[in-house]
Design a protein around this ligand. Structure first.
Ligand SMILES: [Zn+2]
Length: 1105
């Protein structure tokens, strides 16, 4: 019944379409874009953004349908449609036409499916030229045609629009994309975020779509519907035709072109999207939790070692309350970490490490309010007390009327944040705005609506408070140890849990604390004090400069200190960053030192939580981090009160008191995080081993964990004063900050820490390991998680020193050209796995090319597929047309020249160059200089030397992460069992271990012949009589054939493999690294990291008198 949103009258009376809704959007002070909201005749609404300066342009479309609309018997269908939509259109039938177009214009695309929306977006370079000449607005029809032909935005929009006009859902792509969905789901299976979220969903009201499983799998989208006789492709198309309608679509286009040009393009390309006048999806009459689900408690067993307490309250949809946003009042107070807060109280008791709270809208019509507490070991024992504390605080809040001064503080911060909001990347802007357009904001408030709190509305706050009641929540306790008697398994992810009513006596205690007078509550619980960190001084002195400076200046450079400084000259926000490295060889000298440094850093954080929380919610953050060259300290945010925070952090570091209690809690937490690390996604782990193997020094998780057990609080107390006593200070001050301030802050660091000089002869030198030409190394690790099914490979080819600029340029260009083909072949066509990356890898003094795949297929098999792909790519490169070659060159140059979007991007760029110790601030320009003259022949030669599998001089290192629970291992197990049964039936005595070895040796995925050969060889060793052998082999053949058909998907690949199998042409066999120390000792090391130019070139030092 909801009509399409029209909060605003048209601003003109043109009879011609489209209808213009508004151009007058409330915006940040610094926003130099222009905006227009239009509605086409088919009721598709679009926000056009003209940004004459942008180097990236983008389009995004949000459709108001998502997994909440999945058919009961086909969970995941909305998600599958999102995947399939990209597979060809009537106008551009080639399945990868869209992605090919995007990559050749420095672009990319993505999409996601949420509960009530599906969001599609892309980004491309603004111009098809390398120059940054601005597009001008066209006036004559000829100009218009020329403008379109030259605009990557038009080309991309044209291809993009067709997905919503006439998609083909190409039959031959269907199976592959469903496998991609399946692989996406398998990637999530061992991930607690997904597992616990689904558990909450699965235990919600079955009548509410929140109950659904949203990702889908091959089983739910393919096997099961097919078994029911459903024509699945028809079903996907039916879903699309039922739910996709122009009036449910919100489009955002961001380009350099004028609003009029953008408007005419959108009208031209999107008017053909059919309009079915569908209503906006809402769920008003059904609640995610009913009486049946409320008052319950869930005990769940996680994969990670974690201990969380979660209270979920049934809450209200606040979409229409955007002016006052009452939910934020409660998330501010319940989630507060300062003095008087729930967290401060339960942390002091030794029960908790963290707490968060907030309203979570589920869909129009439904929301929940969630309070999450990270418990300590003691906290787990006292989870009931923690729960009661939360209710005591809620009772205290409800006793006093809503506090206007608190809302004023929140209003003030929301205004400051919005006023000085900086640009985010083009596609993030369009994607997020297209989602926001689905909500009922007046169109003038599309930019500001979600950010700004505009009103104090006591009545709305009082009403919201009524949801936070003991009879309106349920409790979830997540722990690997407690209670231990989980008796159920969640259907989709297999999470073990127990589900029961909250015991009467516990509920009575909760009701009791809520009803008790204030005098019965702990005096420690009270509302927060006035926040002293809200910034007042927000002036920015804007000086016009011809050209922003590309490097910071060195304003102090002596034995003690290097201070880098740049006053912001392009973003004009009242923000700054001060980043400090306290250089010391001690921090990472041994795994023990590294662990103690980690503990120290965690203890500093722990000591500062209550103090720094006000700063944090006022947009001022700090961090302390231990890394190879030393200890890093930084503060960033609104510069007004930055010095105050930095001073406090430094003093806390210097004067830290390490109590045994806190030490034990922090140590236990760190040990847990080390152990949990090994239960992460394999592709998150693999990089750590790759870096460890390519750098001279460095430690991995298991080495740190081994030391952690023996560390005591006394070790930390002894270590940090020694560390701080002798360091070299290197500091970068960047942003809305003056030179004098930067020097004063430097003095402050020196005067608080008072370190002795650390002579440069003692500074750590960072070196990488050199891989010799022709090498072929493999390093294998077994993954810890027994339930994880995915292997992972990171396949790296060593190129050399990243400061060899010419070679680096060739690497960048080659990687750019191989990017889309690698994804298309390895992910889309072969469906090896959901996670497929390729690209240059440059760290420290090591440059290489890598392909990473996470897959159920074995790493050996993946190696073969990568080699086959590289061979195929070699041919593509050879056959590449000149215009395509130039297109790729332009694309990578544009990427390197990509404009900085905000101040922190620039800060990070400077700081990374400082931390690398190469000070290569202008590396992007150097890359472009060396990219420009490259010819195709240059790249072919580079490829033949460093990349081609037939090159005798390429240097290869692959890290294999092996899953325990892999289909290959399962197959071995299955085959061994089968053969063992067979032999026993034939009265042959079997040793399963021996048998196992024979079959493990067979290359995976196994072919029937190889298995039969392994069986024969085993029988041969047993010296049986010939007729027994023949008989067993014959029976074995039939049995193995049956076993192999059960692993159907693998068999297909075996067949496909038969056609494209490529032998490694360079004659190397992999050398497995067993002893990393010995292996490293056998390699030469690179030159150390060092400045690319004399640092005195950057000096701007005033003579001291
Ligand atoms: Zn997906």
């Amino acid at each position: 019944m909801t009509p399409p949103v029209t909060m605003t009258e048209p601003i003109n009376n043109r009879t011609a379409q489209p209808e213009r809704l508004t151009e007058n959007l409330e915006r940040p002070t610094l926003d130099d874009r222009s905006y227009r909201v239009i509605r086409l005749a088919n009721h598709l609404e679009a926000l056009l953004i003209h940004d004459p300066e942008t180097d990236k342009v983008s389009g995004a479309l949000d459709v108001n349908v998502g997994s909440f609309s999945d058919a009961e018997d086909m969970p995941g269908i909305a998600h599958a449609v999102e995947h399939l939509l990209f597979m060809g259109t009537e106008k551009y039938p080639k399945e990868n036409a869209y992605n090919q177009y995007l990559t050749s214009h420095s672009g990319h695309s993505n999409a996601y499916t949420a509960a009530t929306s599906t969001n599609y977006y892309f980004e491309v370079g603004a111009s098809s030229k390398t120059s940054t000449s601005d597009a001008t607005s066209a006036s004559s029809p000829q100009d218009l045609t020329a403008l379109k032909a030259e605009s990557p935005l038009y080309g991309a929009l044209d291809r993009f629009a067709q997905f919503f006009v006439a998609p083909l859902f190409l039959e031959e792509t269907l199976d592959r994309e469903l496998k991609a969905v399946d692989s996406e789901n398998k990637k999530n299976l061992q991930n607690d975020t997904w597992r616990l979220h689904q558990l909450n969903k699965s235990l919600s009201n079955p009548e509410h779509p929140y109950n659904h499983f949203s990702t889908g799998s091959y089983k739910t989208l393919h096997d099961e519907p097919l078994a029911r006789g459903v024509k699945i492709r028809d079903e996907f198309m039916k879903f699309y035709h039922t739910h996709y309608s122009a009036n449910r679509m919100k489009l955002v286009v961001l380009g350099r072109e004028s609003l009029d040009d953008l408007e005419s393009w959108v009208e031209e390309l999107f008017s053909a999207v059919p309009n079915k006048n569908l209503s906006r999806l809402r769920w008003d009459d059904v609640a995610p939790y009913t009486e049946k689900e409320l008052g319950m408690q869930i005990f769940a067993k996680p994969v990670f070692e974690m201990r969380n307490l979660e209270l979920d309250f049934l809450y209200q949809d606040e979409e229409e309350l955007y002016e006052s946003q009452p939910g934020r009042y409660f998330s501010h107070l319940i989630g507060h970490e300062g003095p008087g807060s729930i967290l401060a109280y339960i942390k002091a008791k030794g029960w908790a490490n963290g707490l968060s709270a907030g309203a979570q809208p589920l869909c129009p019509g439904s929301a929940i309010f969630v309070v999450k507490v990270k418990l300590t070991e003691e906290g787990l024992k006292h989870y009931k007390e923690v729960t009661k504390t939360i209710f005591q605080y809620i009772a205290m809040m409800r006793e006093s009327p809503p506090q206007e001064w608190i809302v004023d503080e929140m209003k003030r911060m929301s205004e400051v944040d919005f006023k000085y909001k900086q640009k985010s990347p083009a596609s993030r802007t369009t994607s997020s705005l297209s989602g926001i357009m689905q909500r009922p904001y007046p169109r003038e408030l599309l930019l500001s609506g979600p950010s700004l709190i505009r009103k104090f509305n006591a009545e709305a706050i009082n009403k919201a408070a009524t949801y936070l009641r003991p009879d309106n929540f349920r409790l979830t306790l997540i722990s690997q140890d407690f209670p231990g008697d989980w008796d159920q398994k969640e259907k989709w992810y297999g999470t073990e849990y127990k589900y029961e009513k909250i015991p009467e006596d516990f509920l009575a205690e909760i009701n009791n604390v809520v009803a008790s007078p204030a005098s019965d509550r702990p005096a420690e619980l009270h509302l927060p004090h006035k926040n002293e960190f809200i910034p007042n001084r927000l002036e920015v002195e804007k000086k016009e400069v011809e050209e922003p400076l590309k490097t910071p200046k060195l304003i102090r450079n002596d034995e003690n200190v290097r201070t880098w400084f740049k006053k912001d000259d392009r973003f004009w926000v009242p923000k700054a960053s001060v980043l400090i490295t306290l250089r010391s060889p001690l921090v990472s000298l041994t795994p023990l030192n590294t662990v103690v440094s980690h503990l120290y850093r965690e203890l500093v954080y722990d000591a500062l939580v209550e103090y720094s929380y006000d700063a944090e919610i006022s947009g001022l953050n700090y961090s302390v981090a231990a890394h190879a060259p030393g200890l890093d300290v930084s503060v960033s945010g609104y510069n007004d009160k930055m010095a105050v925070l930095l001073e406090k952090v430094l003093i806390s570091m210097r004067d830290l008191e390490v109590s045994e209690d806190r030490f034990n809690i922090i140590k236990e937490r760190l040990a847990r995080s080390f152990r949990n690390w090994e239960y992460q996604q394999p592709y998150h782990q693999v990089g750590v081993f790759s870096r460890w193997l390519t750098t001279e020094k460095g430690w991995i998780n298991e080495q740190l964990l081994a030391e952690l057990h023996n560390v005591t609080a006394a070790d930390v107390r002894a270590f940090f004063p020694q560390l701080l006593a002798q360091v070299h200070i290197e500091l970068l001050a960047h942003g809305n900050i003056y030179k004098e301030d930067a020097l004063k802050l430097t003095d402050m660091v020196e005067s608080i820490l008072k370190p002795k000089i650390l002579p440069s002869s003692q500074w750590p030198i960072r070196r990488s390991l050199l891989l010799p030409p022709g090498c072929n190394f493999v390093y294998e690790r077994n993954l810890r998680d027994p339930a994880n099914v995915n292997h992972c490979i990171e396949y790296m080819l060593y190129i050399g020193d990243p400061l060899n600029r010419q070679r680096k340029a060739k690497l960048l260009l080659m990687a750019q050209m191989a990017d889309e083909p690698a994804f298309d072949q390895l992910r889309t066509k072969e469906q090896l796995g959901y996670v497929v990356f390729s690209g240059p890898t440059i760290s420290n003094m090591w440059a290489g090319y890598r392909i990473l795949i996470q897959s159920e297929k074995s790493p050996e098999y993946l190696e073969g597929r990568i080699d086959a792909f590289l061979t195929q790519f070699g041919q593509m490169l050879h056959d590449m047309k000149d215009e395509d070659f130039e297109g790729h060159k332009r694309s990578i140059i544009n990427k390197r020249l990509e404009k900085l979007k905000n101040l922190s991007q620039e800060t990070n760029r400077f700081w990374n160059h400082v931390l690398s110790e190469c000070y290569d601030f202008e590396s992007a320009d150097h890359d472009v200089e060396h990219l420009t003259p490259l010819t195709k022949q240059d790249v072919v030669e580079f490829f033949n030397q460093f990349i081609s599998p037939t090159s005798p001089t390429r240097a290869k290192l692959a890290v294999h992460m092996l899953a325990q629970s892999s289909p290959a291992a399962e197959q071995d197990e299955q085959v061994v069992k089968l053969v063992s049964e067979l032999l026993t039936a034939n009265k042959v005595a079997v040793k399963d271990d021996d048998l196992q070895k024979h079959f493990e040796a067979v290359e995976k995925p196994a072919k029937q012949d190889d298995l039969v050969a392994a069986l024969s060889s085993y029988l041969g060793e047993l010296k049986l009589e010939a007729d027994v052998v023949t008989k067993v082999v014959e029976q074995g053949k039939a049995a193995l054939a049956a076993a192999l058909t059960e692993t159907e998907s693998q068999k297909e690949v075996v067949e496909a493999d038969g056609e494209t199998h490529v032998k490694l042409g360079n004659g190397t066999t992999p050398v497995v690294i067993h002893d990393v120390h010995a292996w490293k000792a056998g390699l030469e090391v690179s030159k150390g990291a060092r400045p690319v130019q004399d640092l005195s070139d950057f000096e701007e030092i005033e003579a001291k008198l």
